[in-house]
Design a protein around this ligand. Sequence first.
Ligand SMILES: CC(C)(COP(=O)(O)OP(=O)(O)OC[C@H]1O[C@@H](n2cnc3c(N)ncnc32)[C@H](O)[C@@H]1OP(=O)(O)O)[C@@H](O)C(=O)NCCC(=O)NCCS
Length: 143
Amino acid sequence: MPFVSDVAIQEMQIEDYDEVYKLWSNTPGMGLSDADKKENIQKFLLRNKGLSYVCRHGDRIIGTVLCGHDGRRGHIYHVTVVEEYRGKGIGRRLVETSLEKLKSEGINKCHLVVFADNAVGNAFWASTGWDKRKDIFIYSKSI
Ligand SMILES: CC(C)(COP(=O)(O)OP(=O)(O)OC[C@H]1O[C@@H](n2cnc3c(N)ncnc32)[C@H](O)[C@@H]1OP(=O)(O)O)[C@@H](O)C(=O)NCCC(=O)NCCS
């Protein structure tokens, strides 16, 4: 297992898409949809410059975070770390990198959605300082 200092966190580029999508697809707990098609991710990255990151070890992508905001609140999606690299602080560093950038753009709150039955994901968010809301439901509509 490499040391964490051997890895680099870099802004996600659309050229990373194929490798990133493969990682998302191979990660249990990821909810993927039409919104994750290449053209939609390209639009997302353009609208939200400097907010989404990959973590590389050598030339392999081993972690991802997608982050955007609407001018009021931030939203984080698809935080993933390749299984053999987990537990080394990479997930935390990816999320902190996006949050720092949000803050620098004047956004002071961020939300995310996690499946209720994703035990690993829920443990991660709970132990990295996120509040699990008990007072709200998410409503969704396909249009
Ligand atoms: C969730 C995930 C991104 C965490 O990545 P990671 O690099 O292993 O996380 P970190 O090493 O930065 O862990 C940060 C904290 O989360 C907690 N944590 C991480 N994985 C955990 C686990 N399996 N069980 C309990 N706590 C866990 C740890 O307490 C850790 O804090 P500490 O090391 O100071 O004690 C990774 O497990 C993953 O890719 N899971 C599948 C995808 C997923 O569920 N994503 C989140 C839902 S959107």
